[in-house]
Design a protein around this ligand. Structure first.
Ligand code: DX5
Ligand code: ZN
Length: 214
């Protein structure tokens, strides 16, 4: 299981150092939550902040766009150093065009579904995706509870396309990661359970151990 700590739960006054700390603690990817205050009821940061912390690690930057118009901002995130760009199928941008813009810019495209959106909505795009992100909370805030009933989406997607990477985001801890792993998840985002832990390296090791061999 790959672990992608979400800097949403980090100390924003030390963002660069927090990114470096996660690298040293064993993070596989760094998850960066971009929120525009429209698509979700919260605001975080945009491409300039991502660019500012890009030099603090060589680990992949996994950028999760929770914004109305991802297509409009894809060039900025490519330029800022994003390696994987995930956007929501519920956003207003044309899905095909947005996937193509990400790929043409040299990053890996991924699509996400909110809890209320069925996995089947992703079917037309599966062969163009590097990864699918199944949200296990309503996007917008860290520290919410894991929605176990989202596991069926993982099973449906894995059955349809076994080689597709599946990421899970929201409410991940040593107990819920086990459930996600059993359903077939490959990458788990973890905010609170890693950043608020006394020992983040141990927290990442615990998550990996709980997920088992994968
Ligand atoms: C929620 C974000 C998540 C969030 C997860 O909208 O997409 O990445 O940071 O935080 P935890 O792990 O605390 O649920
Ligand atoms: Zn996220």
């Amino acid at each position: 299981m790959l672990i992608a700590p979400s800097v949403l739960s980090s100390d924003f006054s030390q963002l660069g150092n927090e990114v470096r700390r996660m690298d040293l603690c064993g993070a596989d990817w760094i998850h960066l939550d971009v929120m525009d205050g429209h698509f979700v009821p919260n605001l975080t940061f945009g491409a300039p902040v991502i660019r500012a912390v890009r030099g603090f690690t060589e680990k992949p930057f996994d950028v999760h766009l929770m914004i109305d118009e991802p297509l409009r901002y894809v060039p900025d995130f490519l330029d800022a150093g994003a390696d994987i760009i995930t956007f929501h199928i519920e956003s207003q941008s044309d899905t095909e065009k947005t996937l193509e813009a990400i790929r043409a810019g040299g990053a890996k495209p991924a699509l996400s579904v909110k809890p209320g959106t069925p996995a089947q909505a992703l079917f037309p795009y599966l062969d163009k995706l590097y990864m699918v992100l199944v949200m296990t909370v309503e996007p917008g805030f860290g520290g919410q509870s894991f929605m176990e009933d989202m596991m069926e989406k993982i099973r449906v997607l894995k059955a349809r396309r076994p080689e597709l990477l599946i990421q899970v985001d929201g409410g991940i801890n040593p107990s819920t990661i086990r459930t996600a792993a059993q359903a077939g998840a490959d990458v788990c985002v973890a905010g609170t359970s890693v950043f608020k832990a006394e020992d983040a390296a141990q927290a990442i090791r615990d998550l990996k151990a709980a997920a088992g061999q994968k």
